[in-house]
Design a protein around this ligand. Structure first.
Ligand code: PFF
Length: 447
């Protein structure tokens, strides 16, 4: 199977499309709210700069040198006595686990996209009622919206790298940026803007619990799409002349910028009307629509644009979650693209329905595992365990297993004097931080 190549701009947009997603516009703002603002943002920024960017270069490198699906790339690059490294390639299956809840949330967004056109809630209670009805008591609508998301994402992936993935990213990514920056310029005019700035950038250390710390590191992997082979799979189609370092830098920069812009926009609106930033996952579904109600028709317009941006961001990330396993099935088992897409979509559609039902009043009890709804278990597992583990395997592979000369030949000329610093990060900083994080998670050490 011959892998198609992206154009240079197509690759940047696709990788950025993967990175910029619900993680930036839905999760980052609510997590910043829950974990107290500035200090959380600072840990997140430090991790992105010193670990995230380096890991992204490493992940792109494996794809660009291996030029296969994730399992195939690890296998092709591992020295002959270490072929078991191919099993690391199974990290791509995490994409399916992520999709089980990711697609459900995209479904909620589709629902809101239409719902806000009719009316915005005028009180927080009414907003809660709308959200709780969708999530808790009328699963039929949520299932329909989740199904719609599965079908749209599946359709784009089935069109392939050039005709589907590249094309859609070239349209949706610029549209998303125009909408978000438009909203940012508007929020400059609000009094809430300066409060939002202070909330996000003045660190209050007392708020930085060990949980906040771990979640900030975990989130930096999630937001950059690291540790499950999405970036690796795209990089297998990297155009020959493209620079890995430069592309990784642009993607990391865009992803961080968009998260910060989304945070500033949301918190400006939130503070404008004295609402609380610590709402949790409902922040953009409950607090934001209520606040926008105060703006009349303009509010409806903003709400629609906002959810449109989130939908675009979600779809471009979702396709990157599905593509790696699809590519694996095509490469390994000679599946046709269409068959691979249907097979994978069916799996996460079914588990997604279970995840969605785990929030409903009627099925809550059966679908609770370790005292948490299945939905939360899936989310926590990927964000805090599987992605960091995938990231760990990537840095160990590039730092210690892959022949040094190959790595050097690929990156030294691009990086110049930064090459040794990057290598140091891959060999020491990133693995130590990740081990530390995982030990903390399983409770062996406590911060
Ligand atoms: N980076 C995406 C987001 O921020 O929403 C989520 C994601 C996509 C995670 C692809 C992992 C991945 F491989």
């Amino acid at each position: 199977m011959k892998i198609q190549r992206f154009s240079r701009i197509g690759f940047v947009m696709a990788a950025a499309g993967s990175a910029v997603g619900l993680g930036n516009i839905w999760k980052f703002p609510y997590m910043t709210g829950v974990y107290g603002g500035g200090a959380f943002v600072l840990v997140y920024l430090i991790t992105i700069t010193f670990i995230g960017f380096s890991v992204m270069v490493a992940e792109m490198l494996i794809g660009a040198l291996g030029r296969k699906d994730t399992v195939g790339s690890f296998e092709a690059l591992a020295p002959s006595n270490k072929k078991y490294w191919k099993y690391a390639g199974f990290m791509s299956f995490n994409g399916i686990i992520i999709m089980t809840f990711y697609s459900v949330v995209i479904g909620w967004i589709f629902y809101y996209l239409v719902r806000v056109l009719f009316s915005l809630p005028s009180t927080p209670n009414e907003a809660k009622e709308i959200f709780n009805t969708l999530v808790g008591s009328s699963p039929a609508i949520a299932i329909f919206c989740h199904t719609l998301s599965v079908v749209i994402v599946g359709y784009i992936v089935h069109k392939g790298i050039k005709g589907g993935i590249e094309k859609i990213n070239l349209i949706l990514m610029p549209s998303l940026m125009i909408i978000l920056f438009g909203l940012l310029f508007y929020s400059f005019t609000l009094d809430g803007f300066s409060k939002a700035l202070a909330f996000m950038f003045e660190p209050r250390w007392d708020k930085l619990t060990s949980e906040a710390f771990i979640r900030a590191i975990g989130h930096s992997f999630f937001t950059l799409s690291l540790g499950m082979g999405a970036i690796m799979t795209y990089a297998a189609s990297l155009p020959k002349e493209a620079s890995i370092t430069k592309t990784a830098f642009i993607v990391t920069f865009m992803d961080t910028l968009i998260a910060l812009v989304a945070g500033l926009v949301i918190f400006s609106f939130i503070f404008q009307f004295g609402a609380k930033p610590s709402q949790g996952p409902g922040l953009v579904f409950i607090s934001l629509p209520t606040i926008l109600h105060n703006f009349g028709y303009l509010g409806t317009f903003f709400a629609f644009l906002f959810f449109l941006a989130v939908a675009f961001a979600g779809i471009t990330s979702a396709i990157s979650l599905v593509e790696p396993v699809v590519q694996y099935l095509i490469d390994r088992f000679n599946f046709s693209r269409t068959k691979a897409v249907i097979f994978i979509s069916f799996i996460y559609w079914v588990i997604g329905i279970l995840a969605l039902l785990s929030y409903t009043n009627s099925f809550k009890e059966v679908l609770t595992i370790f005292n948490k709804p299945l939905f939360d278990v899936l989310e926590y597992m990927t964000d805090s365990i599987l992605l960091p583990l995938g990231g760990f395997l990537i840095v160990i592979f590039v730092g210690y297993v892959l022949q040094k000369d190959r790595v050097k030949a690929a990156l030294e000329s691009e990086m110049g004097r930064f090459y040794p610093i990057w290598m140091f990060s891959i060999r020491y900083i990133a693995p130590i931080a990740l081990i530390f994080m995982m030990l903390n998670l399983i409770g062996i050490i406590k911060l």
